[in-house]
Write a protein that binds this ligand. Sequence first.
Ligand code: GUN
Length: 304
Amino acid sequence: MPRVLDGAAIATAIKQEVADEVKKLAAQGIRPGLAAVLVGHEPASEIYVRSKVQTCAELGLFSDLITPPDTVTTEEMFDLVNSLNTRDDIDGILIQLPLPAQVDAKFLLDSVLPEKDVDGFHPVNAGRLQAGRPALAPCTPAGVIQILRRSQIPIAGKHAVVVGRSDIVGKPVAMLLLHENATVTICHSKTQNLGEVTRQADILVAAIGRPGFIMPEMVKPGATLIDVGINRISTREQFDRFFKGNEKREAAFLKRGSVIVGDIDPAAFELSSAYTPVPGGVGLLTIAMLMSNTVRAAKMRRGI
Ligand code: GUN
């Protein structure tokens, strides 16, 4: 039987450590602060941001939720980011993505002070990460490493195959795994003979954004499977492909008209030695690592 890597338990442990650190800082008169910028009314973004703000409150961090109108311009967002860059009560700036089409997202992410870039999206932080310098690492990739470490899954010397090359997950998680001394291969949508490569993986990280993309025949028996995907499926055909006969999921599907599936076909989990479920795996670590990055940014900015 494969081991289920429990994202909830690991996220709770990390949040407890962050709360303890926040208490220590409070004794020195320091309260780490996060600014969360949410433009528009994308339901998923609203849920994420609400959860980020709520977690700040739970752990004792200050937070400021800023919601510019849907019609906001790049210039107005730039002015906002600059004001957050200079505010002393703000240690971390989070601009929830995606931004509306009229806003130049890359320009804005580049205008966040790297020291306050708690998402780790600024090229300076990407460069620091790659060069092995202290950096604020993107939250989801950092969460993947925490899951592996805290589950005592060896990384050093293992072959880690990352499927997906995004700036937010694929590239940074590959770099973090390399720093943990894994042998790392990055695959993507144009990789030839993908299954041949993924079958070599001791640790397979799927971050390609396609439902059930990694099928059982692409997995080496006994591998550790890390599923970063969050895909909503809403057709009966897709449901039956992944969850036919699964009563709990069926009830959820009938109630909500959709369910979430990761980038790994759940049938592949059965071959693994350990895997992160979706939901309940990597996703839960993202906010915990955001809190951790914000406290870290608060300390670094004060030379602690
Ligand atoms: N949208 C989806 N995931 C993320 C994330 O980790 N950070 C931000 N800022 N936006 C996102």
